[in-house]
Ligand binder design. Structure first.
Ligand SMILES: [Zn+2]
Length: 190
């Protein structure tokens, strides 16, 4: 396994709780961000967490963008989220299908708070305090979970809500182009 392989379900490092990032302004931090950005771009994901490449760091990349399977996904610049905190969340939960680069071939319906208030640091040291709703709230929570050793399958309430990528495509992808789908035409996802 090369150091660039994305860790997959069953590999212990994926379950590690990551340490906060200390000094952002280092070559090793810049290199980690570059490797993560390359991987998420190459796999056409919407996000990737440092722990998915085996890094012990509370850092993830968000890069939501519309594609033919999710035309309504918000377009955002590639954003490096460092030492994220979820400060509060809505009582209202939303349920939607998720996938994960670390669990290829599987989809599951996951219930999460619809909206969250968050704080994090950008690569240039800027402190961000903002609120995410809908798709971006789901993406943020999915990646945040990775930093705590959690995967989306941990949050599935019923095994009836899990299916293979192939079955999911047959049952859902063709029904509506507006169905909330996190993924790409290549089956990669969050
Ligand atoms: Zn994931």
């Amino acid at each position: 396994m090369s150091e660039l392989d994305i860790l997959e379900l069953g590999q212990p490092l994926l379950r590690r709780k990551a340490k906060p990032v200390g000094d952002i302004d280092t070559d090793s931090c810049r290199q980690m961000i570059q490797l993560l950005t390359e991987q998420v771009t190459q796999h056409q994901g919407m996000g990737i967490a440092a722990t998915q490449l085996g890094f012990d760091a509370q850092l993830f990349i968000m890069c939501s963008h519309p594609n033919d399977r999710y035309p309504d996904a918000p377009n955002m610049p590639i954003t490096t989220v460092i030492n994220p905190l979820i400060l509060s969340h809505s009582e209202h939960q939303a349920s939607d299908w998720e996938g994960c680069l670390s669990i290829p071939g599987l989809r599951a319906k996951v219930s999460r708070p619809q909206a969250i208030e968050v704080a994090y640091t950008l690569q240039d040291g800027t402190q961000v305090h903002t609120r995410y709703d809908g798709f971006l709230a789901r993406l943020f929570q999915h990646e945040y979970d990775h930093l705590h050793g959690l995967l989306f399958i941990d949050r599935v309430s019923s095994t009836d809500d899990i299916m293979t990528e192939k079955t999911w495509r047959q049952q859902y992808a063709s029904k509506s182009r507006n169905t909330a789908i996190e993924g790409t035409q290549h089956g990669a996802a969050l």
